[in-house]
Design a binder for this molecule. Structure first.
Ligand SMILES: *Cc1c(COP(=O)(O)O)cnc(C)c1O
Length: 492
């Protein structure tokens, strides 16, 4: 720390301020000529001004002595240069997610498969047939790049190929929130939408079902109670004003005890009888069964499709494991109304999203689910994580840094499957001289930031969410902390 004796009387401080050169004098100095030669003058001026303000703040807070100030001023041109360079550094960076939370919204949710990344790079590098039918040379819809893949996959996996009652179509938008909003606006504007009181939920990030309904102009018709809603409640609420029955996947919480909720199949058949479309905000986009894992059956996109829900909204970057987007899958007549809605233009996605989505879906269709990182992480056996954790702990353990392998639980996160717990292991770190909060911060300041979590006064790193290819990198990064640099690093 730079701090020496505090300056209580203020006279020392005033002296110090006088030693701080003026902006103009600084800029005339030889050290600044190089900077002025390589950067625009106004940018150098601004960066230097910011540095001078920082110096004065340090004097005010009593952190600089006369001696320190001289040293500080010597390196001022370097600090300005560093400031100029840091402006050009990427803000969005790759990080190592060692939280054990598979779908971490703050960390960008699903990582993409290699084929998705390659396809993005290829499509991004040049022009593409985003809206051009290469057969006819005519203009086409961008949704063709996902539509038949989504439908083929759903038919194949539900075994419904060829025996469908109604043709289906697909629209891709920015995210599932946009998909839900668009569907309500297109189908239920100025009409009543029946929703169970148990499903008037907040999904996260301020996405609240009642508010979304209000914004879309759909009128909320609540039925049932928080814990129990029956098919009969929906049935008796149906009137000529009804435009839609909305079902919301209770994705980020679970209710236990005296609860009741109609089967999806019952709602679908009620909708058929009453000629009211059923729209499900399915959310997770789960296309596989989580059954091999030992947690409660999760509602899947497959099941919604199999039950014949008229319109389904799902996220692309949750358990589907693709790019951020929202899929709307439904009856052709409903999708046509969505396509005719002017909001679709505002919610549409770009070519990079189609590239990633298409590649992800092809991964499923060609039965290469292991190519999809989220599914791979979901299925890593705990024993494998234990081995990797032991290897990592052995490599990073030092007199400064203790590392012990502990039993842990990974979660899926991202507002999905709240009851799902995956048996895992973590490397629990403790630094000799820094508090665990400081250690956690030091990890974030490594060359490749590492994000862990605090548990029992230690920093836990759960390798379930770390690609095994990164184990080596992680070990090398952690070794830096072991050298006693854990606390000095974070000041850099
Ligand atoms: C996650 C989720 C959403 C929001 O999805 P985004 O793709 O983040 O917009 C909406 N509904 C449900 C049920 C969800 O689980």
């Amino acid at each position: 720390m730079l701090k020496d004796e505090p300056n209580e009387n203020g006279t020392g401080q005033e002296n110090l301020y006088r030693h701080v050169p003026s902006l103009n004098n600084l800029l005339l100095g030889p050290n600044f000529q190089g900077l002025l030669g390589t950067h625009e003058r106004s940018v150098v001026v601004q960066a230097t001004r910011d540095e001078l303000i920082a110096v004065k703040q340090q004097i005010t807070s009593g952190q600089l002595s006369q001696h320190n100030l001289a040293t500080y001023l010597d390196v001022l041109p370097d600090r300005v240069s560093e400031r100029l360079q840091s402006r050009l550094r990427y803000s969005l960076r790759r990080v190592i997610n060692a939280t054990g939370v598979l779908l971490h919204t703050n960390l960008g949710r699903a990582p993409l498969s290699t084929s998705a990344i390659d396809h993005i790079a290829d499509v991004a590098a040049g022009y593409s047939n985003l809206e051009l039918d290469l057969e006819t040379g005519e203009r086409s819809r961008r949704d063709v790049h996902a539509e038949s893949l989504v439908l083929d996959l759903l038919k194949m996996r539900t075994g419904l190929a060829g025996e469908e009652e109604q043709p289906r179509a697909v629209v891709v938008v920015n995210n599932c929130a946009a998909a839900t909003f668009l569907a309500l606006d297109a189908i239920a504007r100025d009409r009543a939408t029946i929703v169970s009181r148990g499903e008037l939920v907040e999904i996260g990030g301020g996405f609240r079902i009642p508010e979304i309904l209000a914004k879309s102009g759909a009128q909320l018709r609540e039925v049932g109670t928080t814990n129990r809603t029956r098919t009969a409640d929906y049935e008796s609420a149906i009137s000529p004003a009804t435009g839609l029955i909305l079902r919301v996947h209770q994705s980020n919480f679970s209710m236990e005890g005296f609860t009741e909720r109609p089967l999806l199949a019952d709602l679908v058949s009620l909708g058929r009888r009453a000629c009211v479309p059923v729209f499900e905000d399915q959310g997770t986009g789960l296309l596989t069964s989580l059954a091999p894992q030992s947690f409660p059956a999760e509602e899947t996109l497959l099941e919604s499709y199999r039950q014949g829900v008229d319109l389904i909204a799902a996220s692309g970057d949750k358990l589907l494991g693709g790019p951020q987007c929202g899929l709307l899958i439904g009856r052709t007549d409903l999708i046509e109304r969505i396509r005719a809605n002017p909001l679709l233009r505002a919610f549409r996605v770009d070519k990079l999203t189609y590239a990633a989505l298409e590649a992800t879906l092809i991964g499923y269709l060609s039965n290469e689910e292991r190519s999809i990182p989220i599914l791979r992480m979901l299925n890593i056996p705990a024993g494998e994580i234990l081995e990797r954790s032991e290897r990592l702990a052995d490599r990073v353990r030092s007199p400064e840094l203790s590392a012990e392998v502990v039993s842990a639980v990974s979660v899926i996160g991202g507002g999905t499957t709240p009851r799902a717990k995956l048996q895992s292991y973590a490397v629990a770190l403790r630094h000799g001289t820094s508090h665990c909060q400081d250690l956690l911060r030091s990890l974030r300041h490594l060359q490749v930031p590492v994000v862990g979590r605090i548990c029992d006064d230690r920093v836990w790193l759960d390798l379930r969410t770390v690609e095994p290819e990164l184990d080596e990198t992680l070990a090398a990064l952690l070794a830096e902390l072991g050298g006693g640099s854990a606390s000095s690093k974070q000041q850099a």
